[in-house]
Design a protein around this ligand. Structure first.
Ligand code: C2E
Ligand code: CA
Ligand code: CA
Length: 850
């Protein structure tokens, strides 16, 4: 190589033009890759594909040597098409080998639109290699907009329609403003390297304002030409999401680029987190009101970085970790005696930390309610106030924006200033504190931790307590609570108490189901004459429960047993279990049977209940698919949920039966100790109704036929072939690489995908089709037909419908589906018919190493 001197000027230009076809054919055009890093995490989130001409005679040519001549000669599309094909091949190769892929962006020329059908070129390359569309981004340079071709807007939309994101390259190198940008649909703005090449206060201000403005119009940002650590830190601090440049890595051949990343300890971003980081990236950390997500009505650009103590926190797999914290946040922590974020991360790892407990409760609440949540806590003698809001999530984790304020410094609670000292100590004890002004009968919240319930605004304190009891106190404890919280007598009771303090435990709701022993207290704030009373409560730790139970027992005996009734609950229950015609059962917390009624035993043909006691459904094995049942029951046991009339199947005496079941938690002293349920057999009901959709034959996930249902349908078709000569076919469809989806996106996401696939299959088929799901990702259509052409068409139509799925649960995805059919008259054997179709399907699938 390089044995001959490289020509220059015109000579090089003609050489390039004369040899471009050869260069493409003989593989001299090589794609090099330059890594792109996510500033928030330091993980590699993408690569830019950059063309190189590796000439066998003259050695390596750079783009500035071959791109301008190719553009002049109107041959640039040959290069670009070659590059696009190569990146798809490389991507498929990486998928097959390591499965560790990252998004790839590539450059196109304005001339490509005129010289070829660039959309088709891309689509063909993607399909040929079966690579996911969402992995690619098209870079369009700013200068392309200067040509002011209105068609450009359409071309951009066309890319989006085909599932490709479009980026604007070299922003700032020309003259276009962000105003112009608003009219085009770009996902990301690549900020030209010119700004960083001269890295000073002025250029920093410009980059800041570009990022700030880009976020307001909802465009993501990437800075090019990052050559130093300081530049990278700066970009992170202003919320510029991605960075590219020699500091991270130079462009390299495909193989080397992966080795380089490995060698330098870079982690590749998990693709499932792409959308998640995108959502986080929308947050404008420069905004004056970051929690509000306001973009449009922020009129001036305010750089308040350094004013609001702001951080981004990720909660995943039980761990909390900081993604970002601005200077002001760090200063606030300093004042609390915390010198590094890792100190807090460590504290969050300690399961006994009270701060961790409070914080977790707050963020769980923020997820549940999708609103800003706040807690107060005391740290280093300061009263602190933390607010969080969920900003993004991925299967397995969530990210939050967090504002931390030191109220002792801010003096925001001046109105309660005289109480502050007192309050500080109370706050560490109680979960919620209200101040009741007995003179006006109104109350005001002074403090709350996240677990506490909703506010009852602006109503008299007595009314508030009454409503509270109704909604939050365990029914059996309500009367006692009303007596305890009776404000008429309260002052008298406090005065008469030993320590000017009355308290009592009541079972109180947490979350949607469970009740927990909670201690309520009333005490004076200040002098009794001021008639200000603090109302506080806190959850009781399990060790004080014994004490609470003792109190309860005393309470019950004092109220006495009021049942003169001849039908005691015990008697009613005994009769119900013996003579009810509904089968019902009850289980303990670990889902093991504790008992069942006579009808239940009769239904399953059991001699005695001892055959099931102590065993789980899975151990007994009477469900075809026990998994959904287990999930439902865990929800009942953990969250106190109820399920009502849920269809399912059971195997009874060797026969599959359809049932509908209802289940509910069993409470003892406000705690969930087990569950009970009852069910009805609906198979007979369905058969009497003559419906082909008997519940027992339905796939509960997708609502189409289950394996069982399919077999029955096929048997019917076979009868009809024998007696009437009507031929039928089965079409089998299978999603490629379904196990990758399971790995990356988790079970729930995959369930949603399967539901969507099933829905689309049903809309693509006609009334004479029977559709079903066999196992996992395999779908089947059975149809009686006259002409094979309609079968070919249906297979194509279904595949097209499925492959046009672009996203599930807001996560972009590309589905490839294989489909084939076999015809009964050709094999006259059901077993063989199924296996033929399955084989034909797997023959279509790409064969890759796992
Ligand atoms: P570009 O799209 O702006 O690509 C970025 C260029 O900046 C690359 O030059 C890259 O090597 C260089 N670069 C990256 N990081 C740094 C850094 O930290 N410092 C400095 N000084 N430079 C950095 P390259 O590879 O020479 O490409 C030049 C241009 O050629 C590209 O600019 C792009 O406009 C064009 N180009 C490259 N490949 C293709 C292609 O396949 N098709 C078309 N149409 N144009 C291409
Ligand atoms: Ca580029
Ligand atoms: Ca660029």
């Amino acid at each position: 190589m390089n044995d001959r001197k490289k020509p220059t000027g015109d000579a090089l230009r003609s050489y390039v033009i004369d040899n471009i076809d050869r260069a493409v054919d003989e593989g001299w055009i090589r794609v090099w890759y330059q890594p792109v890093v996510r500033t928030l995490t330091g993980e590699i989130c993408g690569m830019e594909a950059l063309a190189r001409w590796e000439d066998p005679v003259y050695g390596l040519l750079n783009p500035d040597e071959f791109i301008p001549p190719l553009e002049q000669a109107k041959l640039i599309h040959k290069l670009d098409s070659c590059v696009i094909r190569q990146i798809c091949r490389n991507y498929a190769g990486t998928m097959a080998k390591t499965k560790q892929t990252v998004a790839v962006s590539f450059n196109i020329s304005r001339l490509d639109f005129a010289l070829c059908d660039i959309h088709q070129v891309i689509e063909d390359a993607i399909r040929e290699n079966k690579v996911p569309r969402e992995a690619f981004r098209v870079e369009i340079t700013e200068s392309m907009m200067e040509a002011a071709e209105t068609r450009l807007q359409e071309e951009i939309e066309h890319f989006w329609d085909r599932g490709l994101r479009v980026w604007m390259d070299d922003f700032g190198s020309g003259y276009s403003s962000l105003n112009v940008l608003k009219d085009y649909h770009f996902e990301t703005l690549k900020i030209d390297m010119i700004f960083l090449s001269n890295f000073n206060a002025r250029s920093q201000e410009i980059v800041k304002s570009v990022v700030d403005m880009a976020k307001r119009i909802g465009v993501h940002t990437l800075a090019e030409g990052v050559e130093t650590k300081e530049q990278l830190e700066f970009l992170k601090s202003i919320g510029c999401e991605q960075a590219q440049g020699y500091f991270i890595g130079r462009p390299m051949p495909h193989r080397e680029s992966h080795e380089y990343l490995k060698k330098h300890g870079f982690v590749l971003e998990n693709p499932v987190k792409r959308q998640y980081y995108h959502d986080i990236g929308r947050i404008n950390v420069l905004s004056a009101t970051p929690m509000q997500f306001v973009r449009d009505n922020e009129t001036e650009s305010v750089y308040r970085e350094g004013q609001i103590p702001l951080a981004m926190i990720e909660y995943a797999n039980g761990d909390l970790r900081y993604l970002f914290a601005n200077k002001s946040y760090m200063t606030t922590l300093e004042h609390l005696g915390i010198h590094a974020l890792s100190q807090i991360e460590e504290e969050f790892k300690n399961p006994h930390s009270t701060l961790r407990g409070k914080f977790l409760a707050m963020i769980l609440k923020a997820i549940e309610t999708d609103s800003v949540q706040a807690i107060d806590f005391v740290r280093a003698d300061s009263h602190c106030y933390a607010q969080v809001r969920r900003i993004a999530g991925f299967p397995g984790g969530d990210a939050f924006l967090c504002i931390l304020q030191n109220l002792s410094e801010d003096r925001l609670i001046d109105k309660a200033a005289h109480l502050t000292d007192y309050l500080h100590s109370l706050c560490t004890i109680y979960d919620r504190i209200e101040l009741i002004d007995m003179k006006t009968g109104m109350s005001q919240n002074l403090y709350r931790s996240a677990q506490t319930i909703r506010d009852y605004n602006q109503i008299p304190a007595q009314e508030e307590l009454r409503l509270y009891a109704k909604e939050e106190i365990y029914p059996e404890d309500r009367d006692r609570f009303h007596a305890f919280a009776d404000l008429e007598t309260l002052e008298k009771r406090i005065d008469e108490s030993d320590y000017h303090y009355v308290s009592a435990p009541f079972r109180t709701r947490i979350g949607s189901g469970t009740f927990i022993w909670t201690l309520y207290a009333f005490l004076y704030a200040g002098e009794p004459g001021e008639r200000m009373i603090l109302s506080c409560y806190r959850r009781l730790a399990p060790d004080v429960l014994k004490y609470a139970r003792g109190m309860m027992r005393a309470d019950l005996t004092s109220s006495g047993k009021n049942s003169e009734n001849i039908f005691s609950p015990e008697l009613l229950w005994k009769n119900f279990t013996l003579y009810s015609d509904t089968a019902f059962f009850w289980k303990d917390r670990s889902r093991r049977f504790v008992g069942a009624n006579q009808q239940f035993l009769n239904y399953f043909g059991l001699e005695s209940v001892s055959e099931i006691i102590g065993r789980t459904d899975e151990e007994i094995g009477w469900h075809v698919d026990p998994e959904p049942i287990r999930v439902d029951e865990e929800r009942i046991l953990s969250f106190g949920e109820q399920t009502f009339l849920v269809p399912g199947t059971v195997i009874r005496k060797g026969e599959i039966r359809g049932i509908i079941a209802s289940k509910m938690p069993i409470y003892r002293d406000g705690e969930i100790v087990g569950l009970m349920g009852y069910f009805l057999d609906v198979t007979d009901l369905q058969e009497q109704g003559g419906s082909a959709d008997a519940l027992s034959r339905k796939d509960p996930l997708t609502g189409s036929l289950s394996l069982m249902g399919m077999v029955e349908a096929v048997l019917r078709f076979q009868d009809s072939f024998v007696f009437k000569g009507t031929d039928f076919a089965i079409m089998v469809f299978d999603i490629d690489h379904f196990h990758f989806f399971t790995q990356d996106y988790g079970r729930e996401w995959c369930n949603h995908l399967l539901q969507e696939v099933s829905r689309r299959i049903r809309t693509a088929t006609g009334t004479k089709d029977v559709t079903g799901r066999m196992n996992g990702d395999q779908f089947v259509i059975v149809r009686q037909f006259e002409d094979r052409k309609e079968l070919d068409e249906t297979v194509k139509k279904v595949i097209k419908k499925i492959e046009s799925i672009r996203e599930i649960d807001d996560i972009p995805c590309t589905i490839y589906m294989a489909g084939a059919y076999s015809v009964y008259s050709e094999v006259k054997n059901l077993q063989k018919m199924f296996s033929d179709a399955e084989e034909a399907v797997s023959a279509q699938k790409p064969h890759r190493n796992p």
